[in-house]
Design a protein. Structure first.
Length: 255
């Protein structure tokens, strides 16, 4: 368990520690990396030597177009991936083609974290937008993390927050109305974007469509669309073609 907790934070910091390469990257990637790096320091103030050692473990970058499968349920993966730029989501396919989205992944988030301790996972991962990810050979990286226990406490806090978010989603699905579910999901993602230094001024880039929202919250696409229109009529938010305007954040917090 300590290995898993420590790794979450190490991966988050490592994806943004490539200063020389960032200078050659497109502005969107470079700006995102800078923001993620400073945010990572809030959890773990790594020494320069440690960051250099972490960088040496990186096996390269991987690029995935939008709507591409990044990890398929049941596959054995040779490396760990961490999102450098773009959005993705974890999901489970059910009989008849039904899909349940488990969570959304933002820049700085690890993809398929448990692959460090198990060979196969019971879910898949798909790119929502085009995604650039940093790869690490998972066995070598697991050994590296095991030798750096000083970040365990900070990573514990990180994982407790993630578990709290998962608990809230379970309550959403079981006890909250569709209006509450949609509003809380949007607020959660905007809050995560802000914590990572991603721009959230109106209008902000927000690539979820009503189908993604529906599949994450146990709704039909038609119902999700009705809820979004109600939010627009209420003057709370407007989501259209990948752009979100958030007009009344306090209203979402009250849900």
């Amino acid at each position: 368990m300590k290995l898993m907790l420590s790794l979450v934070l190490l991966l988050f910091v490592t994806t943004t520690a490539f200063a020389e390469e960032e200078l050659r990257a497109p502005p969107t990637l470079r700006d995102a990396a800078k923001a993620h790096f400073h945010n990572g320091l809030a959890f773990y103030r790594s020494e320069h030597e440690t960051l250099v050692e972490m960088e040496s473990l990186r096996s390269g970058r991987r690029h995935f177009p939008a709507k591409r499968t990044i990890y398929r349920e049941g596959e054995i993966a040779a490396e760990m991936l961490v999102i450098f730029d773009g959005w993705a989501f974890r999901y489970k396919l059910l009989p008849g083609g039904r899909r349940q989205i488990l969570s959304f992944l933002l820049p700085g988030d690890p993809i398929c974290l448990p692959l460090l301790t198990v060979d196969r996972l019971p879910f898949s991962v798909q790119s929502l937008t085009s995604v650039t990810a940093c790869g690490f050979e998972r066995r070598c990286f697991a050994d590296f993390v095991a030798d750096h226990r000083q970040i365990a406490h900070q990573a514990d806090v990180f994982c407790v927050n993630a578990q709290t978010s998962a608990d809230e989603r379970l309550i959403d699905l079981g006890r909250r109305s569709a209006y509450e579910r949609v509003g809380r999901l949007i607020l959660e993602l905007v809050t995560r974007m802000e914590a990572k230094g991603i721009a959230t001024g109106n209008p902000m880039f927000f690539p979820l469509g009503q189908t993604h929202i529906a599949d994450a919250l146990g709704l039909t696409s038609i119902h999700a669309g009705r809820v979004l229109r109600r939010f627009r009529r209420d003057g709370v938010l407007s989501l259209h073609r990948g752009r979100l305007d958030l007009f009344d954040r306090a209203a979402l917090k009250r849900l």
